[in-house]
Write a protein that binds this ligand. Structure first.
Ligand SMILES: Cc1cc2nc3c(=O)[nH]c(=O)nc-3n(C[C@H](O)[C@H](O)[C@H](O)COP(=O)(O)OP(=O)(O)OC[C@H]3O[C@@H](n4cnc5c(N)ncnc54)[C@H](O)[C@@H]3O)c2cc1C
Ligand SMILES: NC(=O)c1ccc[n+]([C@@H]2O[C@H](COP(=O)([O-])OP(=O)(O)OC[C@H]3O[C@@H](n4cnc5c(N)ncnc54)[C@H](O)[C@@H]3O)[C@@H](O)[C@H]2O)c1
Length: 468
């Protein structure tokens, strides 16, 4: 290995880590290390290449493919005449791949103060790294290191699983064709979003879960309604344990055990969506002297500083949230703290919202009713259905609702949960209310709500809160 090259700053990971370096770092000597994500080894991290962006481009396509099914209740006679997968896939990656390539080119060729290493970085000591590249191993030392190494899909230990050629979110969106049948193992964000995508574009989808509910970490009322609606679209098998996996004659078989005893499910393809593991191990965090949390993340304080001076971590490698808006927020905190170490700022994780772009859509912020109860809070909850607002009549929606929770003592909102069309958009005023401490009564009555628009479902839920 050649002598170590020294940098002012080394960044491991080009997802949210890529956004750190702007013109304020022009005088810094910076290295960015990226090993590549997905089957193309792309630059730019998970969200752009194999995460948020392609899944949402697919989810919107899937929503549109399902529109004819909704037409009947509006008196329309619609038909989906085709969903040519190669064209859909290539439209999406035809847009994403050039963005990733341009991002890489920009860092590699247009930033004179930045050196891009394409390879896997591993700590060899405090602020010391070895990078395995195609050209050999490079040794780097730095005054400061930012670990923004993300997470990767993790599959369960099931006999035979490794031999079946299963997919994860890293590969399934680039399949050559939509499989006739698809098994989705896992009932969280990835499983429910991609079940919606493939079911809407022509696959017969079987979803398998360990527990009794899909999206079981959501508010109980949301998870129960979502599960009921999912059963109308997919073959949903819950409370199941996968005993064994195999592939014969091009067909994947999973042997399950569940409430009805042993059963076998079959499909041409299997998507494993059972969670993501932080890449702290891959980056050799322990060799770098970095303390880890019990669940394997790099431990950081409220300023995103890790346990070794001069090392910061952000995003999925250190965050319990595994969400892009959280990674981006943490990146802005790290960026400030690199530039202004004398007056560090802290990350705000008080009200982290999330949304699931499945069928139906789900969005939430703050406490679930179960969490409010567990904390012994004196709370009040109110639900308003889309069916009971004018725009809900326009859509003939029969299943969507907004639920809000507030503390009776303080009058403050505790949480909000929406299931139904445009839930990720409708939740935004409630995120704002939580962040800025808006009184729900003032929020409901102190402003205009456009009539007859969908946010009236939020207005009416707020008005129903039983507050003094
Ligand atoms: C299918 C899917 C859909 C998603 N949808 C959403 C969504 O709708 N909304 C949302 O908020 N979040 C979503 N997420 C989560 C979101 O993508 C992540 O939270 C976010 O991308 C994390 O950003 P990051 O910068 O921490 O990590 P990443 O973007 O993963 O970046 C880490 C980078 O580090 C590189 N790397 C790792 N180890 C090393 C190493 N040792 N050496 C060199 N390079 C290394 C990786 O190759 C990667 O490019 C989704 C995730 C998935 C999988
Ligand atoms: N819209 C979004 O914001 C979005 C979309 C996709 C992913 N993400 C992020 O990516 C993360 C990873 O997504 P994910 O769906 O892989 O994880 P997840 O944690 O949401 O869901 C994993 C599911 O797999 C199940 N599971 C775990 N081990 C299992 C086993 N051995 N057998 C059967 N089931 C098992 C879990 O019970 C859970 O239902 C999410 O936590 C989320 O933060 C976000």
């Amino acid at each position: 290995m050649a002598a170590a090259r020294h940098y002012d700053l080394v960044i491991v990971g080009s997802g949210s880590g890529n956004s750190l370096v702007d013109e304020r770092f022009d005088e810094w000597n910076v290295a960015i290390v990226e090993r590549g994500v997905g089957s193309t080894g792309a630059y730019g991290g998970t969200c752009l290449n194999v995460g948020c962006i392609p899944t949402k481009m697919l989810a919107h396509t899937a929503d549109t493919a399902r529109a004819p099914g909704h037409g009947e209740r509006l008196g329309l006679d619609l038909e989906l005449r085709g969903a040519p997968w190669p064209a859909i896939r290539d439209r999406i990656f035809g847009r994403i791949d050039p963005i990733a390539a341009a991002g890489e080119r920009y860092r590699a060729q247009e930033n004179p103060n930045v050196t891009l290493y394409r390879g896997t970085a591993r700590f060899t000591g405090e602020r010391e790294l070895a990078v395995e590249t195609a050209e050999g191993t490079a040794a780097l030392t730095a005054d400061r290191v930012v670990v923004a190494a993300g997470s990767r899909p993790e599959a369960p230990q099931v006999p035979g699983l490794d031999g079946v050629g299963y997919h994860t979110s890293d590969s399934v969106m680039r399949l050559a064709e939509v499989p006739r049948r698809l098994i989705v193992l896992g009932t969280g964000f990835v499983g429910t979003e991609l079940a919606h995508v493939f079911a809407s574009l022509g696959s017969q989808v079987t979803v398998i879960g360990r527990s009794g509910l899909l999206l079981r970490h959501q508010d109980g009322e949301i998870a129960r309604h979502f599960t009921e609606l999912a059963r109308q679209q997919w073959d949903v098998r819950l409370d199941r344990t996968v005993k064994e996996a195999g592939r014969r004659d091009g067909v994947v078989r999973l042997e399950l055990d569940g409430p009805h005893g042993a059963e076998t499910v079959e499909a041409e393809e299997l998507l494993v969506a059972t969670g993501r593991r932080p890449n702290a191990d891959l980056v050799g965090a322990a060799a770098g002297g970095l303390a880890l949390t019990d669940d394997g993340r790099i431990a950081v304080d409220a300023t995103q500083a890790a346990s070794v001076a001069g090392v910061w971590a952000l995003g999925d490698v250190s965050s319990p949230y595994q969400l892009k808006h959280v990674a981006n927020h943490e990146a802005r905190v790290v960026q400030h703290n690199l530039l202004h170490p004398e007056r560090p700022v802290r990350t705000d994780h008080r009200f982290v919202p999330h949304a699931v772009f499945s069928s139906p859509q789900v969005a939430a912020v703050g406490l679930t009713e179960e969490e409010a109860r567990e904390r012994g809070l004196d709370y009040t909850a109110a639900v308003h259905r889309y069916a009971d607002i004018a725009y809900g009549w326009a859509m003939e929606d029969t299943t969507g609702f907004a639920k809000v929770l507030a503390d009776r003592g303080t009058g403050r909102l505790l949480g909000a949960h929406i299931l139904g069309p445009e839930a990720p958009t409708l939740i935004q005023p409630l995120i704002q209310a939580l962040h800025f401490g808006l009184d729900p009564r003032a929020m409901a009555r102190g402003q205009y709500w456009i009539h007859p628009a969908m946010p009236e479902v939020v207005e009416n839920a707020l008005l129903k809160l039983d507050l003094p």
